[in-house]
Write a protein that binds this ligand. Sequence first.
Ligand code: MN
Ligand code: MN
Length: 470
Amino acid sequence: MLGKKTDPKELKEALFWERKNAWDHIPDPQMKHLENYMREYRSFLDLAKTERESVETAVEMLEKAGFSNIRTTKDTGKIYYNHHDRALAVFRQGKAPIQKDLRIIVAHVDSPRLDLKQYPLYEDEELAMLKTHYYGGIKKYQWVSRPMALHGVIAFPDGTVDSIVIGEAEDDPVFTVSDLLPHLAKKAQMGKKADEFIPAEKLNILFGGRPFTDDKEVKDRVKLHVLSLLNEAYGITEDDFISADLEIVPAGKARDVGLDRALIGAYGQDDRVCAFSALRAVTDTDDPDVSSLILLLDKEEIGSEGASGANTWIAELVLGYILARHGLDQSGVVRRLLANAQCLSADVNAAVHPDWKEVHELRNAAYINGGLTLSKFTGVRGKGGSNEAPAEYVAQLRDLFDRNNIVWRVAELGKTDEGGGGTIAKFMSYYCMKVIDAGVGVLDMHSPFEITSKADIWMMYRAFGAFLKS
Ligand code: MN
Ligand code: MN
């Protein structure tokens, strides 16, 4: 209750919710830290363009911060668990008894991209080409006529696994999906719907163009050339593509965007912006009371199915390992701990686009510079397929973030019935824990160049830290 206020201005200030710009709430002394953090975030994005590279880069960060592999240590203070090199769990023990309470932040490290097919390589019109099968929800026309890089691994029958990155070093060649020139596109493309003018089977990679030999009796001379180069460098034959996870992603580094450098533009910020912030929060938080578990998972972009995704019992598996070391390995203890846990499902939301406001419900939308974005629920058409956070949990987080001077707001993904989408939240709610979506607004989501605000990232990082400390 406010007591009797008659000044309408005062009353309004006390009663109305007010939109904030996160930049207005970052004190000057924090700005230097913010810029350092963003530099480190950009290098993380440059190194971690696939789920495997994200796990590898995260492990390096964690080891630098004194965390050890659960397989090589008996300790449970600061550990990580690498799941098939595609997903990662990080555990940080708090001062309170381990079985009592837990804070969980879960993010995903897979992003939309073009995967190579199993028999990708062919020659057509004396050009070497690679067939792709896109992964996740993309607007296909955004992925043509731009420099692309090849990232991934090839596993050989003798048990060895080789990593490949081509297209990121300054003097590396790059690849591209070649598009049709406007002069000839009138019938073939221009009258068609946007999701039809680049059909999936035309998302083929231009991979080479020089014959191996001038002997025209030899068929597929260009294919032979690129395959011989691959063989020289990696020892592979055409069969080896079958046991490979090879991904075509946009080439190049993350960049500051805007004359004032307010924004970051890069491939794969959905959801590596949350993954990086969760990692930094768990490594930077000193002496937490409550233990924390960070899960960086794969397969979110295709529905979280699959052995490295959220729709598995990975949380039980990891906590089972840890609790067993404390003599608490009954599944009941693990499940009770998960049911009592508080979770942030750390994922991005769609920021209002100044040119496309009509798809958002502007009162309940994410904005660039809106700070941390909380989504009480996700889903489509009447909250279908979503988890909804209970009011009590939202109230508790409101209090936590306000006390820590974190700018935050709530948002839905677009207008009701306009679209929608799901996140990992519902898979975490399977364990009966409290969970809410928390992230930042993104422009150009799922494009080769996604845009975020540094002020939002900073608020999210600080919010994650406050959450793990709470
Ligand atoms: Mn996401
Ligand atoms: Mn996504």
